[in-house]
Write a protein that binds this ligand. Sequence first.
Ligand code: ASP
Length: 399
Amino acid sequence: MNVIKFGGSSLASAESFKRAADIVRREEKAVVVLSAIGKCSSSDEKITDILIDYCLAVKNGDFCGALKKAKIVYEKFISIADDLNATCDFYRKFFLFYDKLITFSRADFEYIVSRGEYYTCLLFCDYSKIDFVDPMNLIYFDKNGKADIPLISDKVKKIPADIFVTCGFYGTDKNGEIKLFPRGGGDSTAAVLAAATGAEIFYDYTDVEGVYTASPEISKAKETIGTMSYSQLYKMATHGANVFFYEAIPYVAGKNIKLVILDSFNANGEKTVVTDSGKNERIKAFLIDKDLFKIEITISYYREKIGIIYDILKYFMLDEIVICDYYAERKKVVLIVKSYASRVYETLEKVGVGCTVSNTNALTVMKPRRFSPFRKERKYYSSSLDEIKKTAERFSLRK
Ligand code: ASP
């Protein structure tokens, strides 16, 4: 038995629904866990966020604001449903919910917010014709608010289907009411089900190729960490690597379950395999602190590039500011440095170039891969002026 989880970003369009269904159809025996429809671009909104905003608007008496949110929920679901040629049955069920939204007839937070995953699952099952199991009849919490694994294990055994789909993020508490996991809790549901079924592999489909050494938002020189242990993942996840929800890790760690984190848009691409004993010896350090800064310098004239970069690197070296990572684009140079805020600002003042500085919080430093002559060269420290000059030149060659 395998557990397959799709995050919201892997379910943001009809195309991604189809891709996810194809992936699931390849399995013989699997539990499939879905998050609510996610963002299809960085400016887009997740269904869960929209539903939360809806509840807040109703609570504050901003009914017009709430209706606008209801409209966005409607449009997102219906545009995907139309593209998937959904059945009348789906539309009918969804319209009943939409009716509740616009008449404010049910505004309890847990119910409304959990409908994001619920209708995502209904739509997925409507399209794929795979069985649906409501987590209200599967994911139970004990009196301490923790997932009740033995009870869940019992319930799963009674499900006859070889493959079924259930919703992430919620279950039922001791009183039979809906209870949500914390945000990001789709991973928790999947981890709980992996533990309860003694799954061999837990596939976590997301929109990145596994766990990266640094957030893709801060570093282009990032690389996928191919294998790692649960304790290494836990360290990263508790300090900002939000590719996997840290609270889900204890459910699967120590149970001989292989967690594979991969990109649903490129399932054959790079991925991270997490196991109990798979400690990655190449991970040299986790730089996780408030003293990591991302510095972006925009360079308008190409010919200035070498000079400016040379100055920056020189001053950083003299002021003992460690450059952890860097990359260059045509008109921009980005450096990730480690130092105190005041020193970073003082040094930049000496260099005298305009730049934006932002605080970041996590970076994994890997030992360079051996036997890999084609790997992009990376330097963590600049040790001599000569070397700095070379680095500056290399920067300017990159486009
Ligand atoms: N939909 C929920 C959230 O946005 C749970 C999840 O995606 O894991 O937090």
